[in-house]
Write a protein that binds this ligand. Sequence first.
Ligand code: AMP
Length: 139
Amino acid sequence: MSGEKSLFTRIIEGEIPSFKVFENEHVYSFLDINPATLGHVLVIPKEPAPYLHELSVESASEVGKALPRICKGVLEATGATSYNIIQNNGSEAGQTVFHVHFHIIPRYQDSTHNFTWKPLKLNKNDASLLAKEISGHIY
Ligand code: AMP
């Protein structure tokens, strides 16, 4: 990892302006500059980890605690009743800013954004081995 500050750390530190909606000791939240829909906000830990699996337990739990509160605020402010949470890790997954962030994207009747995939069939022969393999790597 380079020693350079991420774009989002620069936002947290006020070096780059943002439209803040929430802040506490561990978490910062602000409007996305290119919203998918009205009320699209980003929720970030102040800890500058690029990927979710690198976050400390403390930061992860603080983000987890803040997310439902911020979702509720977005819904009450926009009148939306549906929303998506998107969290990209790695450029192949569409991540462009390498500082953990959760997108809260309200969904309205006329919203057209899409996060679909072609569902495969779970291979039942491999599934129990795969589940054990993943399970064995959760510490
Ligand atoms: P991702 O593609 O998941 O890495 O999302 C990065 C998000 O950061 C995009 O939705 C951008 O629109 C948003 N973004 C980039 N720069 C800024 C900024 N200066 N202020 C607010 N949002 C930003």
